[in-house]
Design a protein around this ligand. Structure first.
Ligand SMILES: [Zn+2]
Length: 137
């Protein structure tokens, strides 16, 4: 994890967005009834893992004097950047209930974050529905 900064700058670009591609395949799998639940569950899991652990978003931890918070790049919507105080910032917000709203607003702080958050929610729901078909019907 300590080398994630170097790694993400080397990969960079579109390679970091493979989760969106998997998300598009997931939507296609839902539309195309030939795709079985196994395909949908696999794609859902991939997209969810990507958004939580790999998606290129900004850190967003509160920084004194900056309304938009920390702008460092991070991988995944749950983790902060390399700055020690930021790393667990978002998980802490989830644990302390009074900060959950702050956490949620951070998930929609910019276009990228919104896209990744929607991908996470969509894939989570999709996986849930695929695993428990009774829920959808
Ligand atoms: Zn940060």
């Amino acid at each position: 994890m300590a080398t994630s900064g170097a790694r993400s700058s080397r990969l960079g670009g579109l390679g970091q967005w493979w989760g969106i591609l998997a998300g598009a395949l997931l939507i296609a799998a839902w539309i195309n009834e030939a795709a079985g639940p196994a395909v949908i569950i696999t794609l859902s899991a991939l997209v969810l893992l990507w958004s939580v652990f790999q998606a290129p978003v900004t850190c967003g931890a509160p920084v004194r004097g900056r309304a938009d918070g920390c702008r460092n790049n991070v991988s995944g919507i749950l983790m902060g950047c390399h700055i020690h105080q930021h790393r667990w910032q978002k998980l802490k917000m989830l644990i302390f209930r009074r900060r959950v709203r702050e956490f949620c607003s951070g998930l929609f702080s910019d276009g990228k974050a919104t896209l990744v958050t929607l991908a996470a929610l969509g894939s989570f729901l999709s996986g849930l529905v695929a695993l428990a078909p009774g829920v959808a019907a």
